[in-house]
Ligand binder design. Structure first.
Ligand SMILES: [Zn+2]
Length: 412
């Protein structure tokens, strides 16, 4: 089966795919656009099968034919093309000396629609189209505001557009004392309130038309940006998109440029903030409701397969492999998670079928891929944690990169 990949996982998978090289021109990359009937693709691949039968080099020919066959088998599992299309990579990857090649297959439902059909047989996997999906898309609204003016801008990728600027007409602080000063202060407050309301309406008008708006950044030199935020001047759907409130030295366009300088870190930070929260939540549960957490890959894996896990937390560097051994003779099979350091020993132990004694075939798969597949069947959330934060590193070191928040306390 395939899994739908979010961008963090896609990034990781692409890195892995790019590291793989075929022995010859024998690795298959297939991109199927959304809406393309599976039957069309199947017949195209059958044609490739007959072409491949003419490849002169015997090993290459066998490898290409096998890769095509495996791809066709995987396609059979789909009655229709998934909504974003489908990507398949297949081929023999050398593990060591000639003859050590193992068939590897990756079936991916991409996070964004695929628009072009592509079939390639090469000594590498063609990941470029998937890589394009990682490029930062979407727009960010920027509001730089203080008591005198508000500037609205839109950042799309690296392109910045100043949308509009309004001024308040609110006079500066009055220096005189006494009654008239207090009355003056009150007038200023009312004017400021009216100005924030107007700024909120502008934000609504300017940003609600942006279809791919991913977030709003509020900035300004003084406390106005916070008053503006806390005072509910922004419509609720925009307010909940505010991803940061920044201090900048300037107003107007200059202030916007300052925001851009500071935003790069902010945008990267969002992903890490989320990851930190997940790890912190796990640690909190561990301290207060330890019956609702699990760690240790064996226990977590067991509970996951029982449907007890609410959220599976796994480090992108979890030192585990998913291994499946099966016997082509009698049909015996087994699958398990194996610690990377035990992998060779495990494969040695499983090299002969325990039922009929024939040699087995052993497939190694991506452990996160496998966990996500299992998780999917129980509606379990999966959080993949990078090692870019202290929390992420600590999680990998202390819990070997795998833990779970549970739906209920399992029976002892
Ligand atoms: Zn057997």
């Amino acid at each position: 089966m395939s899994v739908s990949l979010d961008k963090v996982r896609l990034e990781r998978l692409i890195k892995e795919l790019k590291s793989k090289k075929g022995r010859g021109t024998e690795l298959i990359s297939l991109y199927i656009p959304a809406g393309r009937p599976i039957g069309d693709v199947t017949s195209a691949l059958r044609e490739e099968l007959s072409t491949a039968a003419n490849i002169k080099d015997r090993t290459t020919r066998h490898h290409v034919l096998d890769a095509l066959t495996v791809t066709l088998q995987r396609l059979k599992m789909f009655t229709s093309t998934p909504k974003n299309g489908l990507v398949i990579f297949a081929g023999y990857i050398p593990r060591g000396p000639p003859g050590s090649e193992k068939m590897e297959v990756y079936v991916i439902e991409p996070p964004e629609p695929i628009n072009t059909y592509l079939y390639r047989c090469d000594s590498r996997f063609h990941t470029e189209i998937l890589e394009e999906m990682l490029e930062e898309k979407g727009s960010y609204g920027i509001i730089v505001i203080d008591r005198s003016s508000a500037t609205f801008a839109l950042l799309t990728g690296k392109r910045l557009k100043i949308l509009d600027e309004i001024t308040s007409g609110v006079p500066g602080k009055h220096s005189a004392g006494g009654q008239s000063a207090r009355r003056f202060e009150r007038v200023i407050e009312i004017m400021a309130h009216e100005f924030y309301k107007r700024a909120g309406e502008y934000a609504k008008k300017l940003f609600s038309e942006v279809r791919d708006l991913k977030g709003v950044i509020l900035a300004g030199p003084g406390p106005t940006k916070n008053d503006f935020y806390n005072g509910d001047y922004l419509p609720y759907d925009l307010k909940k998109m505010v991803i940061g409130i920044l201090d900048v030295g300037y107003t107007g366009e200059e202030g916007v440029y300052e925001v851009i300088d500071k935003t790069q870190d902010l945008l990267e930070g969002i992903r890490y903030i989320h990851e930190r929260r997940i790890v912190q939540r796990f640690l909190e549960y561990l301290a207060k409701r330890s019956d609702l957490v699990a760690y240790g890959y064996r226990e977590v894996y067991q509970l996951l397969k029982q449907g007890v896990v609410d959220t599976l937390i796994v480090s992108e560097e979890v030192p585990l492999s998913y291994v499946k051994a099966y016997c082509g003779n009698c049909g015996w099979s087994m699958e398990d998670l194996v610690r990377d350091e035990d992998l060779e020993q495990f494969e040695e132990a499983c090299s002969k079928c325990p039922v009929c004694g024939q040699p087995t075939t052993i497939d190694r798969g991506d452990v996160i891929e496998h966990l996500m597949e299992v998780a999917k069947s129980f509606n379990t959330k999966v959080e993949v944690i990078s090692t870019a934060t202290e929390e992420g590193k600590g999680f990998l070191d202390s819990f070997r990169g795998m833990a779970a928040l549970l739906r209920y306390a399992p029976q002892q």
